[in-house]
Design a protein around this ligand. Structure first.
Ligand SMILES: [Zn+2]
Length: 427
């Protein structure tokens, strides 16, 4: 039997209402197992709270650990079919109290309920913020004559000293995929320091940081002076670091040694519009990558498979680009591709590369890639899960120092800075 407050409610009651201050009404619907709070003057302001979700998110000290900001209610003690015995709104304490048939009682602040409510209709959802800000493409396919986007330049000292400057840099990295940092100096410790300012350097088989120069017997094609193909780094890893810092320590004094960056998402969007058949292959066919060899005294053999273009698809059909994986040099010779599809898969990979390289006559190449000759002491901070990078051939001495970071850690830094500087969504 349902009770409201101290009043027992009669019979097989489907719904009941209780008016409180400001014409706010609370309604328990035991059939749909939802509590609804609505304002009589505004039907659109309905807030829904599924019973299971309310019980699960009881904020009392038994069910919730305020110090760790984590749920303390154990799943083994939680019954998802729990029923509400009574619901009470208190105008004085601005709260709603629910008594449950498991003997527990939960009290929720109205301010909190407003912030976490499910949407206005019964199909409504909570609207958590996206885990990442949406990428802004370098090339807007609908504006053929738009000028090429130019990367933002920031000074090393400003990022290291100013939290606001650091936040702006992280937002730019997240939305555009590339930031240039000037006046870093040429000490390789600088790379480690910037990683620590952003989050932590992610150690790989190349070490916590790595240095890249032309070598007689290169263990990676990066360690030569040749022109490189456009690629993403570490495609042979599933837990792939998504951010890269690359410091120019010594730049080639003659021509060449320019860094090239291409927006993989803009290229993907171009393929999606012009060749949907190839886009389907690039988003679905797993490509196997491999890197093996020996560094110092340790052998390594890293293998991973990814679709060339990875999408982030939401249950409501919304989607955006998530990651791009492309490295001609590290694509394995063994692939699990059906014999009949091999030709078309090569066609698709080549078409993607053509757009990146600006060899696709139907695309405006200048909008997908940009070229910059880093000066010594200049650093490129870029999204390795989105941008493809390359360099032009050179002669003479040229040395770069680099490090990787995890997007999860960098995004965590961005969110906590927003909270600290009181920008964006607070929770
Ligand atoms: Zn509780």
């Amino acid at each position: 039997m349902l009770r409201f407050g101290h009043m027992a409610l009669p019979g097989p009651l489907k719904r009941f209402f209780c008016s409180i201050a400001n014409a706010t009404t609370v309604l328990l619907n035991p059939t749909e197992r939802v509590i609804t709070i609505k304002n009589a003057t505004n039907e659109d302001k309905k807030m829904h709270f599924p019973l299971a979700w309310l019980r699960d998110n009881c904020p009392c000290p038994v069910c919730y650990s305020a110090s760790s900001e984590l749920r303390n209610l154990k799943m083994m003690d939680f019954c998802p079919r729990v029923n509400a015995v009574s619901v009470q709104m208190s105008e004085q304490s601005e709260s709603m109290t629910v008594s449950w048939d498991d003997g527990h009682s939960s009290s929720y602040r109205l301010e909190w309920l407003r912030a976490v409510a499910f949407g206005a209709d019964t199909a409504g959802r909570q609207r958590p913020p996206l885990t990442r800000n949406r990428p802004v493409l370098w090339c807007d396919a609908s504006k053929a004559t738009a000028p090429i986007w130019q990367p933002k330049k920031v000074r090393f000292e400003h990022i290291m000293k100013s939290d606001a400057e650091l936040l702006l840099t992280l937002l730019e990295l997240e939305e555009r995929g590339l930031v240039l940092i000037e006046d870093c100096g040429v000490d390789s410790e600088v790379v480690k320091n910037i990683c620590k300012r952003l989050s932590f350097p992610r150690t790989t088989h190349y070490g916590e940081t790595f240095e890249m120069r032309a070598e007689a017997k290169p263990r990676n094609l990066g360690y030569t002076s040749d022109r490189l193909d456009f690629h993403t780094d570490l495609p042979y890893m599933h837990e792939q670091p998504g951010v890269q810092a690359l410091l120019c320590q010594v730049q080639a004094s003659g021509p060449g040694g320019d860094s090239l960056f291409a927006d993989g998402f803009s290229a993907a969007e171009h393929i999606r519009r012009s060749r949907p058949d190839l886009f389907r292959l690039l988003t679905t066919v797993p490509v196997r990558f491999r890197d093996r060899g020996q560094l110092a005294d340790r052998r390594f053999d890293l293998v991973a498979t990814h679709a060339t273009i990875e999408l982030d698809c939401q249950p409501d059909g919304e989607w955006c680009y998530r990651r791009v994986h492309f490295s001609n040099q590290q694509r394995d010779l063994l692939q699990a591709w059906p014999l009949a599809d091999v030709q078309l898969i090569y066609d698709a990979l080549k078409a993607f590369n053509d757009v990146i390289e600006g060899r696709d006559i139907s695309s405006d190449s200048s909008k997908v890639q940009l070229q910059v000759k880093l000066r010594s002491g200049e650093m490129a901070l870029f999204d390795n899960s989105r941008l493809l990078h390359s360099r032009t051939g050179f002669s003479g001495e040229r040395q770069l120092a680099g490090a990787y970071l995890l997007w999860d850690e960098v995004l965590s830094r961005r969110r906590t800075l927003e909270s600290q500087l009181q920008i964006g969504r607070q929770d």
